[in-house]
Design a protein around this ligand. Structure first.
Ligand code: NIG
Ligand code: FE
Length: 412
């Protein structure tokens, strides 16, 4: 099956030679081809170029994209979209003056979601979660990472991971699974955190490997959750099981989580709302991707990740949603990209690079998605008619998506 997209006003994020990620000044460069064509063959990008170079070819379908742009689908490298129920009550509590920490300390927060999740069947959890997956696909996400971490028991952590596996089997987009058992200490282990960690390591991890349920491991390394030492304990065990770290660090405090991530070759360190110069320096010349989650800052009213400092120091940066019921009940990457421009002073070029190729890297998917390159999956967004790609972040709260293609097939 060959599909030709012709007269594309601008083909965005074109990378002739495949790259792993972009950092520093290079993030300001977003390569494009104006008046372009794009050829898709059996679900893969097989050719592209300027319309002047288009030779006479036989195809099954021609799509005229006059006035419209094509760009890679968003790569959302940090979500918790498998969850049960919602937490609007806490939202109202925060409006009335409670802090996120106060709510968590009163049995709300992650433990509240865990209680809800433990009470639903695997089928029910799957049905609630697939709605969110379909929602984000329609918003232009073509690759997504999904974490466990609302189970907090042997059965429920595995239940979450099995749901992620089913989503993987039933949906065409790329999905990566992360084991986040160390998200919060459950009430029954309140005075026995060591026991909880031991259960995660000795019981859950081997089962994950046996059923091939996750490729990544995560820890919420934060005061009141898991210390740097706890994080090391988990990451040490994860290494033995071949699970690669992607960790929650520096959301509220800087306690050395970035450094421990780098030490254990984390693929990414995520949140980073609170970054001191040592944290930024620790990331230099490493393979660890810093990931910012601006919708979380927006929803909780906490500081935004200092993107300018990070990028101006020569580092890369990825953007993701953090879609979850507590701190970010939104999986809209279009909003993330706008907010990164508006609140974090990223240019449209930087934000699009961060939400495509750098996001792909943060999931280990940089050879499959994240740019318009020959041989990559034909996962892309066809925009509505727009004048420039800057209009995408500019028109915040809207999206400029006319259709979404996954493996060359139109899903929206
Ligand atoms: O990434 N910070 C830790 N975990 C999630 C939110 C958890 C929750 O409130 O349910 C996050 O923001
Ligand atoms: Fe998160």
């Amino acid at each position: 099956m060959k599909i030709l997209f012709k007269n594309i006003k601008e083909l965005i994020q074109v990378r002739e030679n495949s790259i792993a990620f972009v950092s520093g000044k290079d993030m300001k460069v977003l390569p494009t081809i104006k008046n372009a064509f794009l050829l898709v063959e059996d679900g893969l990008i097989s050719d592209f170029g300027s319309m002047d170079e288009l030779s006479d070819i036989q195809v099954n379908q021609v799509i005229d994209a006059s006035g419209k742009m094509i760009m890679p689908t968003w790569c959302d490298s940090h979500t918790h979209i498998v969850y049960a129920g919602n937490r609007e009550g806490e939202f109202v509590g925060r409006i009335n003056g409670l802090t996120y920490e106060e709510i968590a300390n009163n049995g709300g927060g992650i433990l509240n979601s865990a209680k809800k999740l433990q009470a639903v069947s695997e089928d029910e959890l799957y049905n609630q979660s697939k709605v969110r997956l379909e929602e984000v696909m329609n918003l232009g996400t073509g690759a997504v990472e999904i974490k466990s971490g609302y189970g907090l028991t042997y059965e429920s952590e595995l239940k979450m991971l099995r749901v992620i596996k089913r989503l993987k089997e039933n949906y065409p987009i790329e999905i990566k699974a992360t084991f986040l058992g160390a998200h919060a200490v459950p009430s029954n282990y309140k005075n026995n955190k060591e026991g909880y960690l031991a259960m995660l390591i000795d019981e859950v991890m081997p089962q994950i490997v046996k059923e091939n349920l996750a490729e990544f491991v995560d820890v919420f390394c934060e005061k009141g959750y898991f210390s740097v030492e706890d994080t090391k304990t988990i990451l040490e065990a994860a290494k033995k099981h071949g699970l690669i770290p992607k960790i929650h660090v520096n959301q509220f405090t800087s306690i050395g989580g970035v450094q421990v991530g780098v030490q254990y070759n984390a693929l990414s360190v995520d949140h980073l709302e609170v970054m001191n110069p040592e944290d930024i320096n620790a990331l230099k010349n490493t393979t660890t991707m810093p990931v910012a989650l601006p919708s979380c800052s927006y929803f909780l009213g906490i500081p935004y990740t200092p993107a300018r400092k990070i990028i101006d120091e020569g580092l890369p940066l990825a953007l993701a949603t953090d879609y979850n019921p507590g701190s970010t009940p939104s999986g809209n990457m279009n909003f993330v990209v706008s907010t990164a421009c508006i609140k974090m002073k990223m240019t449209p070029e930087e934000a699009i690079n961060a939400a495509t190729i750098n996001g792909a890297y943060a999931m280990g998917l940089e050879t499959k998605v994240g740019s318009i390159s020959k041989g990559k999956l034909a996962n892309f967004i066809l925009t509505k008619p727009i004048n420039s790609y800057g209009f995408i972040p500019y028109s915040f709260g809207n999206n400029q998506i006319e259709s979404v293609f996954v493996k060359g097939e139109k899903i929206k």
